[in-house]
Ligand binder design. Structure first.
Ligand code: NAD
Length: 296
């Protein structure tokens, strides 16, 4: 019999990931506060419904939610539903938080779930909506070696590069710092390309040259050609979610009294941009915000 998976958070990332599980033959039970997302999963062959209606049926629950605050709330909802049923076999459930959450919250959640004999790991992802759709995400997991082994087949249905980074919380730590780098590259690239344009180097030419040179990054190789130069700004990753990741990274540097201003500076720009740009703006629209301050 195929394994059954609960999937909570069917947004830009979660929906294509849940669809991939269905394609690979898993039984999927989905929940999202947005009914449209649930209907979409259902029309693709998934089961949908409230957590308490399917929590007894699943071996794994995957979370793909916007923030730690929401993850914390949903975990309590799972616990309410789970402890309600006395028939559930102890140690039979594993919860995997694939959202980009705070590592400290992840460690706290692990302690709570351990007390309920529920196995918990963090396994956030990188690669964006495109890789979520084609099942080639990079997955960075935190937990024990045994937990990683147990989750590997399932995670392999969603991603191509699976990494066990370290103990619980390490995946979320890795992800926050990865996204700080990605945000920094993006911001610096937007400033650089706009500066070059002011010196009359055409942006397309500038990106072409940089991509054959040492200044290149994921921003110049992928984001500029696909979402920025064509002014479509439709990567599927919101500015607000990246702002959250940079804030998390800023906090992680501060907790270690790191002697750097860079996280603070990058956060400041993303934070200001999120106040100026329309609600729901794509993270690549930071380019628009850069044009408001860079060259007066
Ligand atoms: P999203 O906003 O598109 O999706 C989040 C989903 O969670 C929405 O459908 C929302 O309705 C649902 N939700 C909110 N509160 C809920 C609740 N209490 N119970 C059930 N469902 C609830 O976000 P996304 O872009 O899919 O990102 C999800 C996570 O993945 C975030 O942590 C983000 O930082 C991370 N991430 C996103 C990308 C990307 O490219 N979009 C890439 C890597 C990681």
């Amino acid at each position: 019999m195929s394994e059954s998976i609960g999937f909570i958070g069917l947004g830009q990332m979660g929906l294509p990931m849940a669809k991939n599980l269905l394609k690979k033959g898993y039984n999927v039970f989905g929940f999202d506060t947005n009914p449209t997302a649930m209907s979409e999963l259902q029309s693709f062959g998934g089961n949908v419904g409230k957590i308490e209606d399917w929590v007894y049926n699943v071996q794994f629950i995957l979370l793909m939610l916007p923030s730690s605050t929401i993850v914390n709330k949903v975990l309590h909802e799972i616990l309410d539903a789970h402890t309600f049923d006395k028939h559930i076999q102890q140690d039979s459930l594993m919860i995997i938080d694939m959202s980009s959450s705070y590592p400290s919250d992840t460690k706290k959640n692990n302690r709570i779930l351990e007390n309920h004999h529920i196995s918990f790991i963090d396994a956030p992802v990188s690669g964006g909506v495109k890789k979520a759709i084609d099942g080639s995400l990079t997955v960075m997991a935190g937990g024990t070696a045994e937990q990683f082994e147990r989750s590997k087949r399932l995670l392999g249905a969603l991603g191509r590069n699976l990494f066990h980074v370290g103990p619980i919380g390490s995946g979320h730590l890795m992800k926050a710092i990865n996204n700080f780098l990605s945000a920094t590259h993006l911001l610096a690239s937007c400033e650089a390309i706009q500066l070059l344009a002011a010196y009359e180097v055409h942006p397309e030419q500038a990106i072409h040259v940089i991509n054959q040179s040492t200044g290149r990054s994921g921003s110049t190789e992928y984001k500029f050609p696909n979402f920025i130069l064509n002014e479509e700004y439709n990567s599927g990753f919101s500015l607000d979610l990246l702002r959250k990741d940079v804030e998390m990274a800023k906090q992680l540097f501060a907790e270690r009294n790191a002697a750097t201003h860079l996280p603070e500076l990058v956060f400041e720009k993303f934070n200001e941009a999120s106040q100026v740009l329309a609600k729901g703006a794509d993270h690549t629209e930071i380019n628009r915000f850069v044009s408001t301050y860079l060259l007066k």
